[in-house]
Design a protein around this ligand. Structure first.
Ligand code: ATP
Length: 218
């Protein structure tokens, strides 16, 4: 379903969010007070507008209330980021996602009504550290809660040609295979009789310590 997003602040983070949403087929309005930044990114979004997001008139003129989600990607100017979130919430924007530079910035953004706070540097640092610690068989992961994750893991060589029932990973490793990626297809809730092929990728959910044991399985 095509949705409407507005991204305020076309720095590295904002422009990457905006271009990705646009590439995925959504309508994206980019707003930045810098003409140069708007010029640099106008071809990777649906519309691009030069304007100061702390000014109510500017936000009204672009019809900011009509957007499903507004992403506030202003970083260095913490005051502008906070004022923008406050203004958007006062104007009735339903879903405001804001980028925070640090914990205290995040706390203030949450107090003024941001619905979701993103800490790009912190989150990316955690992701990279996690990937560096994981075995090379781990292709991707999503942290679900403290100590619990879903991981994409290459089928270990010893498990090729065997099925989920005989492998009994739940009993042996306390992890559950929720899906199997087979080339371009995803097999959700796989049949226990499903035989694992060499190029298959398992989507496995579990406690991190159990996932680590499974990653090391030969
Ligand atoms: P990144 O790390 O994503 O590159 P950053 O954290 O360094 O960005 P800034 O460069 O401070 O963040 O801001 C991102 C963009 O937001 C800049 O292009 C800047 O022109 C724009 N910006 C800052 N304040 C406003 C404002 N009040 N209205 C509109 N755009 C703004």
């Amino acid at each position: 379903m095509k949705r409407q997003f507005a991204v305020i602040g076309m720095g590295r983070f904002g422009s990457s969010v905006a271009a990705t949403l646009f590439k995925e087929g959504h309508e994206v309005l980019a707003i930045d007070k810098s003409e140069e930044n708007i010029d640099d990114h106008k071809d990777t979004v649906s519309y691009a507008v030069i304007g100061d997001s702390t000014e109510e008139e500017t936000m009204k003129a672009v019809g900011i209330r009509n957007f499903d989600t507004v992403i506030v990607a202003i970083g260095d100017d913490i005051q502008a980021s906070i004022l923008t979130v406050l203004l958007l919430k006062e104007m009735g924007v339903k879903h405001v996602v804001a980028k925070a530079q640090n914990k205290s910035h995040g706390q203030v953004l949450s107090k003024v009504g941001a619905d979701r706070i993103i800490f790009p540097e912190r989150d990316m640092g955690e992701r990279v550290a996690h990937q560096l610690m994981a075995s090379p068989n781990v292709l991707n992961f999503i942290e679900l809660a403290d100590h619990y994750s879903i991981e994409e893991i290459k089928v270990p060589a010893s498990m090729e040609g065997r099925n989920l029932r005989e492998l009994d990973l739940r009993a042996k490793f306390n992890v559950t295979v929720v899906a199997i990626k087979e080339r371009n297809k995803i097999n959700i809730a796989p049949d226990p009789e499903e035989t694992l092929e060499p190029d298959d990728i398992l989507l496995v959910i579990g406690e991190n310590c159990d996932l680590e044991k499974f990653e090391r399985a030969k």
